[in-house]
Design a protein around this ligand. Structure first.
Ligand SMILES: Cc1ncc(COP(=O)(O)OP(=O)(O)O)c(N)n1
Ligand SMILES: Cc1ncsc1CCOP(=O)(O)O
Ligand SMILES: [Mg+2]
Length: 541
């Protein structure tokens, strides 16, 4: 044993598979390319190789790892690990039980275990620090590499549950890597999103096979991965400012509206049928251009239009592959996505659809009514009834708490709508550092703001009024110039929408004219741009 366990760097953990080597490469050439460019830990995982050849290869790889001062782990084969004096072994739930492995390998060898469930964390915590040194958390995303993968991909939210369980069981010694379907397009998001709710823990690294082993340029692929890990910042939107904790003043709101008037953002709506026409008119009233496109082949092009922004409302969903392509495109173009999980947890179908979309990307803002935000936070103890707001939930402490949890869990700006709107910024400026958590900031430390303007019950008498707040948020966020503040834009959108709603309610003759007056008032307040006259007010909780 050459490595002190505390010195092991888990940040970029390469697991091998010689079944996928591109022509002209070898197991050793791919591993060396990785080691030269930032791989910090190597696992030999060769499922089809006979013992004799396995040992020969392992000895070659050991020489390489020694040369680059990187520990070597052997998958499954405890006998091989002991025979070649590797630095550690990795076993899964169906392999040799951990206490037996420890008995065989002695106290100094690193032992890694595959974990996907809270009960497995409870088990390793009971064993104590002498048994498991690190866990591979997965499978995170679908992978072609692991044949017969039994588990449904857990996504970042599943990994967060495992991290929370490590914290609640005081398994502080146990390091963590995420594994399964990790590639340059998702590793920053995974490292950013996967933090424990107490803020103390994040993943210690990522582990992957195909991105390096199957690469025709393993050196280049490793460099990309290394740079993404070291960069430490998830980029929400080209030069947008994310994570401002200063309450916007009238001047800041005025500036947001000026930027939107100037930039006239394109707002792609993937939204329910009921909302389409109303949402398009609200968007136009706010000097922005709506496009109600659900065409998969054009999402890439649309997302690259300057100021393009996606409003994703899951009320009646477009083909799921199209929606995923849109999420991917807007994340890749670093353009904002406003997510409106309509009826989240009203049915198991809606819950699993929304959960799968949430695991697929990073969202700038998640906006929902009280039932949806309570559902997303896990505080509702059951299902919503239908898709409308559950008005029995007007306990302000509970709603503020749910908004904080959603903001923190999804690293987003969460908005919970109702008679009072709650807003909470859990983005931490997009920053992440392996192993550092949110540097102590916990879910409870997040500030919640409320927007109030008295009760406007007629809002509930027209259809898609909540969905159109989504259009308003998307227009104001999308219209920001570089350096514009996303938080200010979201607050401005809510103040504007509530003020327009109040004005409209005072002059309408019923729900029909309210609908028209709401659009009129949005148009007038937006173009007049005098937020000091707006009736809605912002307060810190
Ligand atoms: C780092 C890491 N995490 C998980 C695994 C998977 O191990 P296991 O579940 O035993 O599956 P196989 O790899 O043996 O197919 C791993 N190998 N490495
Ligand atoms: C070994 C293993 N365990 C869970 S997923 C996986 C394979 C990961 O491979 P890839 O990085 O190519 O998705
Ligand atoms: Mg195994």
């Amino acid at each position: 044993m050459v490595f002190a366990k505390e010195d092991v760097d888990y940040s970029l953990y390469l697991v091998t598979d010689s079944g996928m080597l591109p022509e002209g490469t070898t197991l050793c050439s791919q591993i060396e390319a990785g080691l030269q460019n930032g791989v910090t830990l190597v696992q030999i995982r060769e499922k089809e190789t006979d013992t004799k050849l396995f040992i020969e290869e392992a000895l070659e790889v050991k020489k390489l790892c020694t040369k680059y001062n990187v520990p070597l782990i052997i998958n499954d084969r405890i006998d091989v690990a002991m025979a070649i004096k590797a630095d550690g072994v990795h076993v899964g739930q169906d392999d040799m039980p951990i206490p037996m492995v420890r008995n065989l390998v002695g106290p100094d060898m690193i032992i890694g275990w595959s974990v996907g469930k809270v009960s497995e964390v409870e088990q390793l915590a009971k064993w104590g620090p002498q048994l498991v040194d690190y866990i591979g958390i997965g499978t995170l995303f679908p992978t072609q590499t692991k044949k017969n993968a039994k588990k449904i991909p857990m996504g970042p939210q599943g990994a967060i549950e495992v991290l929370n369980a490590l914290e609640s069981n005081n398994a502080t010694w146990c390091k963590t890597v995420g594994i399964g379907g990790l590639h340059p397009d998702n590793i920053q998001r995974v490292l950013y999103q996967c933090t424990s709710t107490n803020g103390k823990r994040s993943l210690d690294g990522i582990s992957l096979v195909s991105d390096i082993m199957a690469s025709t340029d393993a050196a280049g692929s490793t460099k990309i991965l290394r740079a993404l890990i070291d960069d430490g910042k998830f980029k929400f939107g080209n030069d947008l400012k994310i994570g401002s904790y200063i309450t916007p003043d009238v001047q800041a709101i005025h500036s947001v509206l000026e930027q939107v008037s100037h930039n006239r953002p394109l707002i792609q709506h993937i939204t329910n049928k009921v909302h389409q026409n109303f949402g398009a008119n609200v968007t136009l009233a706010l000097g922005s251009s709506p496009i109600m496109s659900e065409i998969e082949s054009e999402v890439g092009e649309l997302s690259r239009i300057p100021n393009a922004t996606l409003l994703l409302n899951t009320g009646s969903i477009a083909p799921v592959e199209m929606v995923r392509a849109a999420i991917h495109a807007y994340n890749e173009a670093q353009r904002p996505i406003v997510f409106d999980p309509v009826g989240y947890s009203a049915t198991t179908t809606r819950k699993s659809l929304n959960d799968s979309l949430l695991s697929y990307g990073q969202f700038t803002c998640i906006k929902g009514n009280s039932g949806e935000i309570l559902g997303l936070s896990g505080l509702n103890n059951g299902n919503m009834k239908g898709v409308d707001a559950d008005t029995s939930h007007n306990d302000s402490n509970l709603l503020a708490k749910a908004t904080r949890i959603v903001a923190f869990r999804f690293k987003t700006i969460a908005v919970c709508t109702g008679e009072v709107d709650y807003i909470c910024d859990g983005t931490f400026g997009g920053e992440f550092l392996v192993s550092q958590g949110t540097q102590g900031a916990s879910v409870d430390s997040l500030t919640v703001y409320t927007v109030q303007n008295g009760n406007i019950p007629i809002m509930g008498d027209i259809t898609a009024s909540g969905c159109s707040l989504g259009s308003t948020i998307a227009s104001l966020v999308g219209g920001l110039s570089p350096e514009g503040s996303v938080f200010d834009a979201i607050v401005s959108a809510i103040l504007l929408y509530k003020s327009a709603g109040k004005n409209a309610s005072l002059v309408c003759e019923g729900s029909g004219s309210f609908h028209v007056k709401l659009i009129d008032n949005l148009y007038q307040l937006f173009h007049e741009n005098e937020p000091s006259k707006w009736s809605a007010t912002l307060q810190k909780v």
